[in-house]
Design a binder for this molecule. Structure first.
Ligand SMILES: Cc1cc2nc3c(=O)[nH]c(=O)nc-3n(C[C@H](O)[C@H](O)[C@H](O)COP(=O)(O)O)c2cc1C
Length: 223
């Protein structure tokens, strides 16, 4: 069982968000997961320009690290998204990455995985960012087992208080992967999302045959 944490703090190894993601990964490792951390800021991620080339074959015209990052996400069973709060939202690094996942969202390339989200902030916006990150997981077809945020007030020692909860979240994620997890409300959202993207997959079935066939196999499209 592989669990991957991806965080969008530009402070990379000095990041509080990375530290919080690390606690979640520790909890997951205690439950038997193999874990991995990705500092997005270390990768080349060129912003989407809406050229729509990816809609032809899923391949972006830009030569950067996103395809390799997507493969790592596809190889994982669990995905943790994390971001510091920047002006009440996720960081630019994280958003540029998400925009590049539009094709993965349309074709539901990560469907069937489990995830969770985390955020850190000085004072406010942490819960809203967790909600948004979980919303993006759902867009990707990933079922979230929850999330956690911390307002540090600039004091790193506040992280001690959140450590047990973060580890519990990591264990919950690992347990969902090994034993299953159900959330009817969220599953209805995933189904709605597929309903929304279905017409696109059907429209493009002549040149996205593999994706179309996968949707048929998954029972998301009736032939
Ligand atoms: C550009 C910028 C914008 C920020 N915006 C907010 C904000 O809107 N609200 C808040 O409470 N903290 C804000 N912060 C503080 C960070 O959210 C906080 O320090 C966070 O824990 C940093 O995480 P990191 O160490 O993982 O980068 C901001 C920090 C920066 C650098």
């Amino acid at each position: 069982m592989k669990i991957l944490a991806i965080h969008g703090s530009p402070r990379t190894i000095r990041s509080t968000t990375r530290k919080l993601a690390g606690f979640v990964l520790e909890g997951a490792a205690e439950a038997g997961a193999e874990t991995e951390m990705i500092d997005l800021a270390d990768y080349s991620i060129i912003p989407c320009t809406s050229c729509e080339a990816c809609s032809l074959n899923g391949i972006c015209v830009n030569d950067d690290d996103v395809p390799a990052l997507l493969i790592r996400m596809q190889e994982a069973d669990g995905i943790i998204f994390g971001s510091p709060v920047y002006i009440d939202n996720i960081t630019g690094q994280m958003k540029v990455f998400f925009d590049r996942l539009a094709d993965a969202i349309h074709y539901q390339l990560l469907a069937g995985k489990y995830g969770c989200s985390i955020a850190t902030t000085y004072e406010s916006g942490g819960d809203d960012v967790v909600t948004y990150l979980n919303h993006v997981l759902n867009y990707l077809g990933v079922l979230s087992v929850g999330g956690i945020s911390i307002a540090t007030g600039g004091k790193i020692e506040t992280m001690n208080a959140v450590e047990p909860g973060a580890k519990t979240l990591g264990r919950k994620l690992a347990d969902a992967i090994s034993g299953g997890f159900s959330d009817p409300a969220q599953q209805a959202i995933l189904e709605d999302n597929r309903g929304f993207f279905r017409s696109l997959v059907e429209e493009n079935k002549d040149f996205r045959t593999e994706d179309y066939d996968r949707w048929v196999r998954m029972g998301w499209i009736e032939k």
